[in-house]
Design a protein around this ligand. Structure first.
Ligand code: F3S
Length: 647
């Protein structure tokens, strides 16, 4: 039986465990990336390990999330990140150089390598044939220390592409089709591998768009072959020496198949407030819009923006619409500025934004009250735009640009403003690495700069044999890491855990933090009860670290998303799965909960017995973790565990 590309890369990076789907697998990590929102904590944790330098092949620190907020906090963080990078052997990508995934694809991505990033859209690298996985900051810190990364060996689903996209239908519509089929639930420990003759019709940036939003399905990652299209992209980036051909064997075995005929696809949109809430754009035709934002790590490539420029050329943004465009990297900005695209955008009335995440994370350009915002990014969770009542629809750059002109939802297939768009694959990218700072060989005289916003990573204590506490909050389904740890204006506190912890569940229950802190100080444990898909969304490990700081000892949920589950274990918080909706319905906020013999139960059992003292019954939860995670739960988290092993 032949191998899929996924299996080939997994075998090459095998460091222990098993390749059998569902079993624990340790992988060697070649490259790491961090961004500023998660990076400060990752480097504080790396420092806590006591190593002089990173030990993996390549580590890059990007500043792209919080680039323009007011106050000293972000500037402090950037100085810390820059200096710790120089000290520890990490490449530093300065603010303004672009969004981590776009820049990494352009300047560092290598087919067949493994990449671990402290950002949930790290799978973007699958567009160039990397096995690129998102993880919490601590996992990335450990990968920088050369520690293997443990995953559950995945199932591999083949997504076979046929035919060719029609003009005005794009890669975004392909991944929205995949989301329609697979939804945002139930795809953990799975990798999507793209095959079929349709693959050759897609450029590397288009493939990257598709891999980027695979994250919304909850898969471990997504992956494309590395072929002549990949070679052309690398050659245009003057990096052809990095090319390596990668294809799946003709008799490769997969765990499932989904086929898409690209030629029959039509423009799609993800409606508020989930990326899996898919409709045809044509169904919404005529709906008035207020705002259009083009960019983000999903759709900000040169190819995307050239098409936007072609559509805007000679037209003007409708009076009722504000159009913002953020090029994904400085390279893209330079290219659209020299080929005339930028001028077409400006003449059409577009507002040009910095090459950064910006609007995607709610840092600016929040829509008006109840405002309808068309965006090319990957997530539209309620409130993520910065406006709770904002109605965010995710669309392709083509749909976004056409609708900006008409002022209403418009299918680019059915408009009569622009007759065609041309797919432009640059044969020679403008490359300029002057905004990358490579670390010195001898960093002995580098001083790490720590402003007042830079704290220390919080430490947990080893597990008590008896966990006795209260349900601090009971929440419903699909609680995202944004619900747990608000981003936007609060994100600037990310390097200061005690301060950031005062905002946990701020939008859900504003008294949560104070209540938990008071109980923690009285030696009463806090527990969180949740429905399905708890912790979905970004990889933000603060959604585990801050609750840990507040004395949360366990999460009891009907299901917990993969990255968040790992982050909980890393923080020493026990992730327990409720066995039935009945168990979820019976338990209430403020109930007194006791877990007896916790050490023995966590050490050796997949089932954990929990007693609800208030209501007088005992129930069983599932503990679905690896042996390594059991050990870290006993030791009070990953940092305690690793420090012990490095002694
Ligand atoms: Fe940035 Fe948004 Fe992507 S925050 S990394 S552009 S998902």
């Amino acid at each position: 039986m032949g191998y899929s590309i996924t299996r080939k890369i997994l075998k090459e990076h095998f460091m222990g465990g098993s390749l059998k789907a569902g079993e624990s697998l340790d992988l060697r990590i070649d490259q790491t990336l961090t961004q500023d929102a998660t990076g400060t904590m990752a480097y504080l944790q790396f420092e806590a390990l006591g190593l002089d330098k990173v030990r993996n092949e390549l580590a890059v620190s990007y500043v792209d999330h919080n680039t323009i907020q007011v106050g000293f906090e972000n500037a402090d963080d950037h100085n810390y990140l820059k200096s710790v990078a120089a000290k520890k052997g990490v490449v530093f990508s300065r603010p303004g150089n672009g969004i981590c995934h776009q820049v990494h694809l352009e300047r560092f991505g290598v087919p067949g390598k493994t990449l671990l990033g402290s950002d949930s859209h790290t799978p973007t690298g699958g567009g160039i044939g990397m096995l690129a996985i998102g993880a919490g900051g601590l996992d990335v810190a450990l990968a920088m220390a050369g520690v293997p990364f443990t995953i559950i060996a995945p199932k591999v689903i083949e997504i076979r592409l046929h035919g060719k996209l029609r003009p005005f239908v794009s890669a975004k519509d392909v991944i929205l089709k995949v989301l329609e089929r697979f939804t945002t639930k139930g795809n953990v420990n799975t990798i999507f591998e793209y095959t079929g003759e349709g693959v050759k019709t897609l450029s590397v940036p288009e493939r990257a768009t598709i891999c980027n939003m695979g994250a919304e399905c909850g898969v471990t990652t997504s992956l494309f072959p590395s072929d002549e299209v990949t070679y052309s992209f690398l050659k245009a980036q003057h990096r052809e020496e990095c090319f390596r051909e990668l294809s799946c064997d003709s008799d490769a075995e997969f765990d499932g198949l989904f086929e898409i005929d690209l030629s029959t696809l039509e423009p799609l949109t993800a409606c508020p407030h989930s990326p899996g809430n898919i409709k045809k754009v044509a169904e919404l035709a005529g709906k008035k819009i207020d705002q259009v934002l083009i960019g983000s790590c999903t759709n900000s490539s040169y190819q995307d923006l050239v098409k936007v420029g072609q559509i805007l050329d000679g037209n003007h943004v409708a009076e009722n619409v504000s159009l913002g465009i953020a090029p994904g990297s400085r390279e893209v900005l330079e290219m659209i500025s020299s080929d005339g695209t930028l001028s077409k955008m400006v003449k059409a009335g577009a507002r040009i934004l910095e090459s950064a995440c910006g609007f995607c994370i709610g840092n600016h350009f929040s829509p008006c009250t109840d405002g309808v915002s068309l965006r090319t990014n990957n997530r539209n969770f309620e409130g993520r735009s910065g406006t709770k009542s904002g109605q965010v629809y995710l669309v392709s750059p083509e749909t976004a640009a056409i609708s900006a002109i008409t002022g209403v939802f418009t299918s680019p297939l059915e408009q009569n403003i622009v007759s065609s768009v041309e797919n432009v694959n640059a044969e020679n990218f403008y490359t300029d690495d002057s905004m990358l700072i490579f670390p010195p060989t001898d960093s002995s005289d580098v001083t790490i700069v720590r402003g007042p916003n830079i704290g220390q990573p919080p430490h947990n204590v080893p597990l008590n044999d008896k966990i006795s506490g209260k349900v601090a909050i009971k929440v419903g389904d699909k609680i995202t890491t944004d619900h747990i740890m608000p981003a936007g204006a609060r994100l600037k506190y990310r390097s200061n855990i005690p301060l950031y912890s005062t905002f946990v569940f701020e939008g859900v229950d504003k008294d949560f933090s104070a209540r938990c802190a008071a109980r923690r100080d009285s030696n009463i444990a806090n527990l969180i009860v949740a429905g399905y898909s708890y912790g979905q969304g970004s990889s933000r490990e603060h959604a585990a670290l801050c609750p840990m700081y507040l004395g949360v000892k366990a999460v009891l949920a009907l299901s917990i998303e993969r990255i968040h589950q790992a982050n909980l274990c890393n923080a020493g918080i026990i992730p327990l799965t409720l066995m039935s909706e009945d168990d979820y319905n019976k338990i209430n906020s403020d109930d007194d909960i006791v877990i007896e013999n916790a050490i023995e139960q966590i050490k050796s059992s997949d089932l954990v017995s929990v007693t609800n003292k208030t209501q007088g019954y005992t129930f069983t939860c599932k503990l679905d973790v690896t042996q390594t995670q059991r050990d870290m739960l006993l030791k009070g988290g990953r940092l305690n565990q690793i420090k012990e092993s490095l002694k």
